[in-house]
Design a protein around this ligand. Structure first.
Ligand code: PHE
Length: 345
């Protein structure tokens, strides 16, 4: 009998080493067989009394080794099965689970309107040109034919950099005109979007920072009629195919003649009366033929080239489009306000 017990131990070691538990059920069977309350090793433990005295110790040792082998194997199988269970559950998708919330961002209304304006001009061959916001007074004022004593240069209107009389925050995107004209040969056909700064008191209607889009077209034989047609095209793309425009004579140091363009908004309700001051017309942009002095300042021969330029504010157009009554909302970045806007206009 005792020999049989030794052989049995060997047989179980063999069995355990060759066992594979491919699922939880197989694992449970393994547990019951080798580690359960009625496990098969028990018989071998009681067999110890039949072992010759001088081999009892060795026998007990062997039996204990067998038991720990069974325990180790069991633990290995268990952790393997649990791991593959976890991975398996990752791969299978439960379609009935609620989706995790996905916060979609939205574009700022100023960007929406600015991008729309850029799109319209890009369609007819204008190329985006972006320039610095910190300018020198030559590019912002002098080159743009703005005399030394012009009120716009005043500290009351312009932010100068600390301890500097020449460096300032650009007051209009017209500074891009002089940057481009001094670095590129005509023909020039650019659109320049960007932020500008003026030393203004902040209120519901005005802010010390805002955005403009500038346009500049320089070539041979560019006429006022070209400008008018370009701006009419813009107005109709932006405000609808039946939009009417009018050009009112105006003054800018860098254009001659100069004009302001209004679009007909209509007088449908009280709000229209308020925003158009009872006229039905809305002022959208300033424009004009580039003053020959500006061309000379930028080394372009006014005998050969002519051109037109225009500049428009973005905030007011965004406020009109989205019915926003206070310009400050556009700069406070309150998420409750911003998330009302979609990503495309
Ligand atoms: N720079 C002018 C402004 O800020 C707008 C303008 C641009 C007018 C180009 C004429 C030509 O008001």
């Amino acid at each position: 009998m005792s020999d049989k017990a030794w052989d049995q131990i060997e047989a179980y070691i063999n069995e355990i080493e060759n066992t594979e538990c491919s699922d939880m059920q197989a694992l449970e069977q393994f547990r019951i067989r080798f580690l359960g309350s009625k496990n098969i090793l028990k018989g071998l433990f009681s067999e110890i009394r039949n072992i010759e005295n001088d081999r009892k110790k060795e026998y007990g040792q062997k039996l204990n080794d067998l038991k720990s082998l069974a325990e180790t194997k069991f633990q290995q199988f268990q952790s393997l099965l649990k791991k593959s269970e976890r991975e398996g559950s990752k791969k299978t998708m439960d379609m009935s689970l609620p989706a995790s919330p996905f916060h979609q961002g939205s574009r700022h209304p100023v960007s929406l309107v600015m991008n729309r304006i850029i799109d319209i001009f890009e369609k007819i061959g204008f190329v985006v040109s972006e320039e610095r916001e910190i300018e020198d007074d030559w590019h912002n004022f002098t080159a743009m034919n703005t005399p030394e004593d012009h009120p716009a240069r005043d500290m009351q209107d312009t932010f100068y950099l600390k301890n500097s009389v020449t460096n300032l925050l650009r007051t209009h995107t017209s500074s891009v005109q002089s940057r481009v004209m001094t670095s590129q040969e005509p023909p020039i056909r650019i659109i320049a979007p960007g932020r500008v700064y003026r030393n203004e008191t902040i209120s519901a209607r005005s802010h010390c920072q805002f955005h403009q889009v500038e346009g500049l077209f320089i070539d041979k034989n560019v006429s006022f009629a070209d400008m008018k047609q370009t701006l009419l095209y813009f107005a109709r793309e932006m405000y609808g195919p039946d939009t009417k425009i009018r050009l009112r004579p105006s003054y800018f140091p860098f254009t001659e003649p100069s004009a302001e363009m209004d679009v007909y908004w209509g007088l449908k309700d009280e709000i229209d009366y308020r925003i158009t001051k009872g006229t039905g017309w809305l002022e959208i942009l300033g424009c004009g033929m580039v003053d020959p002095n500006v061309l000379i300042n930028c080394n372009i021969d006014p005998e050969i080239y002519t051109g037109f330029a225009f500049g428009m504010g973005i905030e007011r157009q965004a406020m009109l489009k989205y019915n926003i009554s206070d310009i400050r909302l556009l700069f406070e970045n309150d998420v409750r306000f911003l998330k009302q806007f979609s990503s495309v206009i």
